[in-house]
Design a protein around this ligand. Sequence first.
Ligand code: PLP
Length: 238
Amino acid sequence: MSELTNASLIATSLAEVKATVARSVVQANRDPDSVQLLAVSKRKPLAAIAAAWKAGQRAFGENYPDEAVEKIQAWQAVHPDRDAQWHYIGAIQSRKAAVIATHFDWVHSVDRLKVAKKLALHRPERRPPLSVCIQVNLDNEVNKSGVAYTEAGELADAITQLPQLQLRGLMSIPAPRENLAEQRAVFRRLSDLLEQLKADHPQVDTLSMGMSADLEAAISEGATIVRVGTAIFGSRDS
Ligand SMILES: *Cc1c(COP(=O)(O)O)cnc(C)c1O
């Protein structure tokens, strides 16, 4: 049984993930409110989102624009009184920038200026600036999304010239590591980069790092948003 669509299973899993986050925050001597849990609901039905919402979850992460917009619109139609925050965390094709800018509150995966400009161009005027993070390719993996470590500063400078976007910080999806020490070492590099960025952009406050398998290491190294799918909603294989 790989699908955890059952509402009570989702509530139980969510509580377990929150407990893990809380434990890691205490171990790291950090403020309990300094880490936000993003529930990654890609390829999960609206019923799964509703189950997590009922259990207190408000922020949801999605990867695929067409699927996500369909779900966001359905959510707003079915539950107009239930506030939820939508975070886009997937790769961005520039032809999808308009729908992403229209329907999301946050975008974690900005990795080139062309996309940043398109998001800015299409951000509806009635909405507040889109919160964005720059995705960094920490392992220099070819064919992986993310700006090179050494180019993040330049992209940050350019993004802050776009009033429709609000630069919030950095995001990364490092390749899996063998052990906690190695996980921490790679997250520390992103944390160091955020500190460097703060010299020119003191408003940045977000480190989006850590998923189901490595959220403890990420919190130890300063993550302010952990993006967790499988540990809340179950496996996506089917
Ligand atoms: C799918 C995904 C996640 C969640 O991964 P899990 O291992 O299921 O927790 C987090 N971040 C991004 C960018 C993803 O694509």
